[in-house]
Design a protein around this ligand. Sequence first.
Ligand SMILES: Nc1nc2c(c(=O)[nH]1)N[C@H]1C(S)=C(S)[C@@H](COP(=O)(O)OP(=O)(O)OC[C@H]3O[C@@H](n4cnc5c(N)ncnc54)[C@H](O)[C@@H]3O)O[C@H]1N2
Ligand code: MOO
Ligand SMILES: [Mg+2]
Length: 421
Amino acid sequence: MKFNRKPIPVSEAVNKVMEDKRYGGYEEIPLNQCENRVLAEDITATHPIPPFDKSPYDGFALRSEDTRIADRDNPITLKVIEEIGAGHRASRPIRSGEAVRIMTGAEIPEGADCVAMFEICQTHERDGENYMTIKRKMDKDQNIIQQGSETKEGEILVEKGVHINPGVKALLATFGYSTVKVGKKPLVGVFATGTELLEVDEALVPGKIRNSNAYMIEAQVRRSGGEVKYCGKLDDEFDTCFNAVKRALDEVDILITTGGVSVGDYDLMPDIYEKLGADVRFNKIAMRPGSVTTVAEHEGKLLFGLSGNPSACYVGFELFVYPIIQAYKGKANQFHKKIEATLGQDFPKPNPFTRFVRGFMHFQEGKVFVSPAGMDKSAVVTSLARTDVLIMLPGGTRGFEKGDKVEAILLEDYIGQASFE
Ligand SMILES: Nc1nc2c(c(=O)[nH]1)N[C@H]1C(S)=C(S)[C@@H](COP(=O)(O)OP(=O)(O)OC[C@H]3O[C@@H](n4cnc5c(N)ncnc54)[C@H](O)[C@@H]3O)O[C@H]1N2
Ligand code: MOO
Ligand SMILES: [Mg+2]
């Protein structure tokens, strides 16, 4: 049984994981903490924008009718009755023959129906009174931002399930949301397993390497909008690992382990799942890297057994853990956005399984290109530093050539898409 794992297609594995997705509920938090969270309520316009007719310029508010016969040879002079800056209102309606000196953002005084910019007006003072002169005809409504011209009261502007970016936050502030309902973040526990692992501050000794996966996964969890609980690194010793995993499961919403999921003598995760009585959803996927990625469910919680090989671990996280975190937060589009792009470099190696090449996106002559970020092996860590896409090369008998159309999964886009396909 141990050596007899049956690989399932990637999309089947993704769908199986998503059968166990869980929404974590919502919490109400202060507006200034809401970035990168997911809206748990629609943003509805509680008033029109702008809430009043306003001036887009610094100039004079006046009655267009008064300028009907104005031209270069026939300047029209109006009495400037007062000045209003943004935040102030005119003290009375303007009458024929009058103008108000108005600043950008100030409310258009009653009686005025246009704004002439300072640049086309002259001003003078006579007997302690201010006057302005204009040499061209103004149209009704010229240079006025009408109340509600941007949005009407009651319009739904952003639906729940959307990632809160700076623009969404601006809207929340516009409508007076001092607190906002957002999806709760899952607490994601992370274990690194492997007797060969050193702490980051330890010197290298023969046969050992530093634990990089735990730090990488932590960053992936945070990039996905989850909360991390680093549970430590564990030697490949059954009782220690079993007890640590069992305890951690009580403390987190989702548990990730890295390493020990393959068929080696010290790959303990399969036996740990068995002793826990966890239900292994799959333990082999028709993909590279990350074919040994294992997902199990125990008492309503998901355990992700990611590979120890850094590239495999990275890919396993983005394909399977990422959408589960989005679902927990209540995000409508739970999957990374997938795009069609042009392959920027030959990839001659054929593969029977779907390959997720760690790559980066670049642009040339209006086209989107994706190119491998470096050495493409499961055990490689260096190429990950340049990775911002996963290039999806379907399995088959041939390699791929520069210029081929390929699909790529965007890892640093926050809009996402609604299904994996
Ligand atoms: N006979 C077979 N051998 C292997 C198979 C197989 O099907 N049959 N699968 C291979 C594949 S594919 C992969 S991927 C790896 C997966 O290995 P494990 O998930 O069991 O991981 P480990 O054995 O613990 O470690 C693998 C590799 O990764 C290094 N590692 C582990 N943890 C970390 C960490 N936290 N930071 C950095 N590097 C880490 C570890 O030292 C090993 O070099 O199995 C193949 N074998
Ligand atoms: O799980 Mo492995 O990453 O396919 O090389
Ligand atoms: Mg192993």
